[in-house]
Design a protein around this ligand. Structure first.
Ligand SMILES: CN1c2c(nc(N)[nH]c2=O)NC[C@@H]1CNc1ccc(C(=O)N[C@@H](CCC(=O)N[C@@H](CCC(=O)N[C@@H](CCC(=O)O)C(=O)O)C(=O)O)C(=O)O)cc1
Ligand SMILES: N[C@@H](CCS)C(=O)O
Ligand SMILES: [Zn+2]
Length: 776
């Protein structure tokens, strides 16, 4: 029989229940016991959903209260001393690593002030994991009540034998880093870490686990030799434990593994392998050719990264090819990756037009698709005839739908000329004109766009959605918010203001809602990091801008500001990548359509008197194909072009900013430079300032604002801490090219901490302004 398997299930629950529970716990509104009970309830629900859908191999340990990599940091005791020394309760220590902790001294406990660990993108997705951070002389120790075992037993008690999921030892180390000022090479710690994998696997076997899914997604990357060479000995060592441990299924996803196939151990040591066929179907033949005689192959044919219904005909054909070669008992039909990247269920969507709703499939629906495909192959197509017919109908309806095509958009695309990609003059001419117009001081201070999205803002927006207040009332409310934000920036002494983005639910969804070609969900939440979720809009057709999207708010803000007001837009690549893109035309075509829509907006902002315009592209890096090569070059070429197309319509005296909330520029610096933005603001506070060296090596002439403090944590950075960061930056950047700003927008913060942090930031900038104006 062909089995079906899910690699991981979304954690938030049907109504973002996990988000509500964790935030209530952090706010002191529920107890730890209540939080743990909610986690247990959610896990139970999710196992039940999968069981009822007919899934044979159901994952456990895919749940996390914050992030699954952070779970492993705690599981293996890779906890930096700055957290462990406080002897916090394990769950509070866990959250302290995830989001930082600043708590005052009390009669029972000493004060704690720790920043969070660094958080970065999970491969090329919009999910963020907490980066394991290692010390010289790092040791590991298995936690006393290992989570994978506890959750396996919990499911067992509920009558479900699950397949626990572990992040594999090589990936766990390869995605980590040495702590600041430490020199340890993470992969060199493998010999210390492996005994803990042995220990946990033995415990899982004793608890009754028959097999374990070991995620080694780093196999899809170009690996440094030390990491490549680590696989074989690691898995041979584990397999030498034979029957003492469960059978191991190594899971890879988000790419192909053909280039790394030779690093896997002889297949006698692995029970099975999972490959992502949604992304890289062409790897199938090579992988099958290299499989050992008894190994299972788990084929990821239902896409875990999108919301499109699987094409049953195609999927079944693929699985049947595999079955012909391996036999039914050696094949597992699986999601291509964890379903973490998809919303919970389509059943919650009451407002979607029925025609498009029929094209979609969220996590719950994807589990059903897997069971249907497995049944079709096991028992023959007749056993699921109705489902197959309905699926074929829905594929046909989408392919022939009028919704997808807008000839006017196509016509405009055909008329794009080369000069539309270029600003009128080179940077030195532009910056001189901008300086004359804006008259900014040295070390200009600014923020990245959003100010706290308070409960009150969300309540008012919710009332508007439910028609409990009128559009006019809502607009008045937003105007008042903008007035407050402008006044606060005046008081803080910032140099370039923002309007604060109070009218935006999300920096991508907001634009999607104002463009044609998009549809939206009401409950399609997906975890982005920790308790934070996004509701990606869905691109179903050609995109255009029927009317200005942000001009009213920015124009109003500029009209009441004494200092330059920065207009705020989300760039074409970020709009594309943080939406669910169409799967019927190439992403470059969708990006170009978005760029044309944004170009009109940029020009309209300028005409409305907004002379600093920031076009955020935080997803540019994440969209970079995971491996070096032609695919990467092609992506960078169309991605950079779409950014340039979106901004190049303005005068030289209008200053174009772009923002990236990541600091890894080394592998695509040329593309960053090619964007030709006048000012870049980048996330940097958690990174070693050495990374900025690339700007020196490449003689980058334009302006840069590396973030001086982390915005993901409620912690307030001190003025001295910020000065230290600026001092470090000055080792690499010239004083007259340096801006001072936070890592990213402040929407997730409270006002109290925002004001305190920005006061310290402005004071630090003033200190350097004075120091350098004296010396010049
Ligand atoms: C900058 N980042 C972003 C990423 N991706 C995006 N799509 N957007 C981003 O900004 N990726 C990288 C980074 C980091 N990621 C995030 C992601 C998410 C948040 C965040 O704050 N999310 C909010 C939800 C935002 C939103 O859509 N808000 C809506 C709905 C609010 C809501 O929950 N309303 C309630 C009713 C109101 C009430 O009573 O409170 C409801 O619907 O039940 C809105 O504002 O209208 C989150 O809360 O998770 C930040 C950074
Ligand atoms: N302008 C956006 C950028 C986030 S990446 C904000 O400030 O929230
Ligand atoms: Zn950002």
């Amino acid at each position: 029989m062909v089995q079906s398997s899910v690699l991981g299930f979304p954690r938030m629950g049907v109504n973002r229940d996990l988000k509500k529970a964790t935030e209530s716990y952090w706010g002191g509104k529920i107890s730890q016991k209540e939080l743990l009970a909610e986690g247990k309830r959610l896990r139970g629900e999710h196992w039940k959903i999968q069981k009822e859908a007919g899934i044979n191999i159901i994952p456990s340990n895919d749940f996390s209260f914050y992030d699954h990599v952070l779970d492993h940091i705690q599981l293996f005791g890779a906890i930096p001393e700055k957290y462990s020394k406080h002897n916090l309760d394990p769950i509070d220590e866990f959250f302290a690593m995830g989001r930082g902790l600043q708590s005052p001294q009390t009669p029972e406990a000493a004060a704690v002030d720790v920043p969070s660990l660094e958080m970065v993108k999970w491969f090329d997705s919009n999910y963020h994991y907490v980066k394991p951070t290692f010390q010289d002389g790092q040791n590991f120790k298995l936690s006393s009540n290992p989570k994978p075992v506890a959750e396996f037993l919990e499911a067992k008690e509920a009558g479900i034998i699950t397949r626990p999921v572990l992040v594999g030892p090589v990936t766990f180390l390869a995605i980590g880093k040495a702590d600041r000022d430490q020199n340890v090479v993470p992969i060199s710690l493998l010999h210390k870490l492996l005994p803990l994998y042995e220990e946990i696997l033995v415990k899982l076997k004793e608890a009754g686990a028959e097999s374990v899914q070991i995620d080694e997604p780093c196999l899809v990357l170009d690996l440094p030799p030390k990491v490549r060479n680590a696989f074989k000995p690691a898995y041979e060592k584990l397999s030498s434990l034979g029957g003492k441990i469960p059978e191991l299924v190594v899971a890879t996803y988000f790419g192909d593994i053909v280039h790394n196939y030779d690093v896997l151990p002889s297949f006698s040591s692995l029970h099975g392998l999972h490959i992502d066929l949604a992304r890289n179907p062409e790897q199938l033949e090579t992988v099958i050719g290299a499989l050992g005689e008894k190994q299972l192959l788990s084929v990821g044919v239902v896409d875990g990264r999108n919301i499109w219904k699987a094409n049953f005909k195609k999927a079944i054909e693929t699985v049947e090819t595999v079955v012909q070669k391996l036999g039914k008992d050696r094949v597992i039909v699986a999601s291509s990756s964890s379903l973490l990247h998809t919303p919970h269920t389509l059943a919650s969507e009451k407002k979607l037009d029925e025609d498009v709703k029929d094209w979609f499939s969220f996590a719950v629906e994807k589990t059903k698709e897997l069971a249907i495909i497995a049944k079709a192959v096991t028992d023959g197509p007749a056993s699921v005839r109705e489902e197959l017919e309905a699926n074929a109908k829905s594929m046909e309806a989408k392919a022939t739908s009028k919704r997808t095509n807008d000839p006017k958009v196509k016509e405009r695309q055909s008329k794009i000329t080369e000069e539309m990609f270029n600003r009128k003059s080179p940077f030195p001419i532009r910056i001189a004109q901008q300086q004359e117009k804006l008259n900014l001081p040295l070390f200009p201070t600014t923020t990245i766009g959003s100010f706290p999205q308070t409960k009150e803002i969300r309540i008012q927006r919710n009332k508007l959605t439910k028609s409990e207040i009128s559009e006019e009332e809502y607009e008045k409310f937003i105007e008042r918010e903008i007035e407050d934000v402008v006044k606060i920036q005046e008081e803080l002494g910032l140099d370039v203001y923002v309007h604060g983005e109070p009218e935006r639910n999300d920096m991508v969804q907001y634009f999607g809602e104002r463009l044609t070609g998009y549809v939206f969900t009401t409950h399609g939440w997906v975890q982005s990091y920790g308790s934070r979720c996004v509701r990606p809009p869905i691109i179903v057709g050609d995109i255009s801008r029927p009317a200005p999207m942000t001009v009213k708010e920015s124009k109003y803000a500029a009209s009441i500001s004494k200092k330059p007001m920065k207009g705020m837009l989300t760039g074409p690549i970020t709009c594309l990548r943080w939406s669910y893109p169409r799967n019927d035309i190439h992403q470059s075509v969708q990006a170009e359509q978005l760029a044309l829509a944004l170009r009109d907006e940029v020009v309209d902002l300028e005409s409305a008197g907004v002379y600093v315009i920031q076009v955020d592209e935080p997803a540019l890096r994440e969209g970079l194909p995971l491996r070096q090569g032609l695919e990467r070059d092609n992506y960078l070429s169309w991605a950079v072009k779409s950014f340039r197309l979106s901004v190049a319509g303005v005068q030289d005296s209008t200053q174009i900013h772009s923002h990236f909330c990541y600091s890894e520029f080394q592998d695509f610096f040329k593309a960053i430079a090619d964007l030709d933005a006048d000012v870049l603001s980048i996330e940097n506070s958690k990174s070693d300032a050495k990374l900025l060296k690339v700007f020196v090596d490449e003689a980058y002439p334009r302006h840069i604002g590396p973030g001086v403090y982390d915005i993901h944590s409620p912690r307030i950075p001190s003025e001295d801490e910020i000065k230290d960061r600026i001092e470090e930056m000055l080792q690499y950047l010239k004083p007259d090219q340096l801006w001072v700003d936070p890592d990213c927008g402040l929407k997730t913060r409270q006002w109290k901490e925002t004001k305190a942090a920005l006061t310290n930031m402005v004071n630090a900038a003033k200190f350097y302004r004075q120091k350098y104006s004296k010396s010049s």
